[in-house]
Write a protein that binds this ligand. Structure first.
Ligand SMILES: C[S@@+](CC[C@H](N)C(=O)[O-])C[C@H]1O[C@@H](n2cnc3c(N)ncnc32)[C@H](O)[C@@H]1O
Length: 258
């Protein structure tokens, strides 16, 4: 694992046990379904930005009917895990996982029907450049539909929020829903809509903490080691209050290229 890698194999296994096989974010296939609700993916070409351990790409094909998914991620271990899961599912002809350098999407202009992302853009600081690039690679009429972890404002984070972000240690570049809206509209997207998922994640985050500290703790410790689980619990204890206050506010967002 290089210095720039944050999701090593034990973290991938831990998060998979917490959130579902191949998932590095909460909510699983149901949450993916909500992000793309009302969009017909049948036979469509999708790019999944920050495809992680591949669970999302599998869901897009197996449950949402996507014809082809190109999963892009910057980290080696997650890409290797994703390729393994794709091979196990026999879907190598429909899901391609590419390890890429951060920066512009390595895709032709107007080449995809849907730009998708689940909880990964939090790692990308320049939301405006990303929105413009998503617009560039979409066909006319295509959608950018995603979820992300956001902060309710663009001022200095509260002390509690700053402490939580420090505990994550994941190079988060959190921004407000308003900044995402402006980035999407500024890039040319129409029908821009954002949905606050804080009310859902508020209960979910507490339930996750209860799992980590309850009878399942021993199993998590077997996968990650006792010290690492204690570190994760510290992060969750820091997260629950900022989710409860609403400062940490995961959102879904979407916009259409005219
Ligand atoms: C919280 S995980 C989510 C992974 C996956 N979307 C999921 O929901 O399971 C964030 C992912 O974003 C990836 N990532 C970080 N910076 C990125 C970048 N500049 N471009 C693409 N992916 C990136 C990380 O390597 C990680 O796999």
């Amino acid at each position: 694992m290089s210095d720039t890698e944050h999701y090593d194999p034990s973290v991938i296994t831990f998060l998979g046990a917490l959130w579902g096989k191949g998932y590095l974010s909460p909510g699983g296939p149901e949450e993916v379904g909500r992000i793309v609700e009302g969009l017909d993916l049948t036979g469509k070409t999708v790019v999944d930005i920050g495809s992680g351990a591949g669970g999302v790409a599998l869901t897009l094909v197996q449950e949402q009917g996507a014809g082809r998914v190109i999963g892009l991620d910057v980290e080696r271990d997650v890409c290797e895990t994703a390729r393994r899961l794709v091979a196990e599912a026999g879907l190598e002809d429909r899901i391609e996982i590419r390890q890429v350098a951060p920066g512009p999407l390595p895709l032709e202009d107007g080449s995809v029907d849907l730009v998708f992302s689940k909880d990964s853009i939090v790692h990308i600081a320049d939301k405006e450049a990303l929105a413009a690039d998503a617009f560039r690679v979409l066909k006319n009429g295509g959608w950018f539909a995603a979820s992300d972890w956001m902060i309710s404002h663009d001022s200095t984070p509260s002390q509690e929020m700053a402490y939580y972000i420090e505990c994550e240690g994941l190079d988060f570049a959190m921004a407000s829903p308003e900044r995402y809206r402006k980035a999407l509209e500024g890039a040319g997207f129409r029908s821009v809509a954002l949905t606050n998922r804080n009310p859902w994640y508020r209960d979910q985050a507490q339930a996750e903490l209860d799992r980590l500290t309850g009878p399942e703790r021993v199993q998590f410790e077997e996968q990650l080691g006792a010290d690492a689980v204690a570190e994760q619990i510290k992060t969750w204890i820091a997260m629950v209050p900022v989710v409860r206050s609403g400062e940490h506010c995961p959102h879904h967002f979407r916009g259409q290229k005219p």
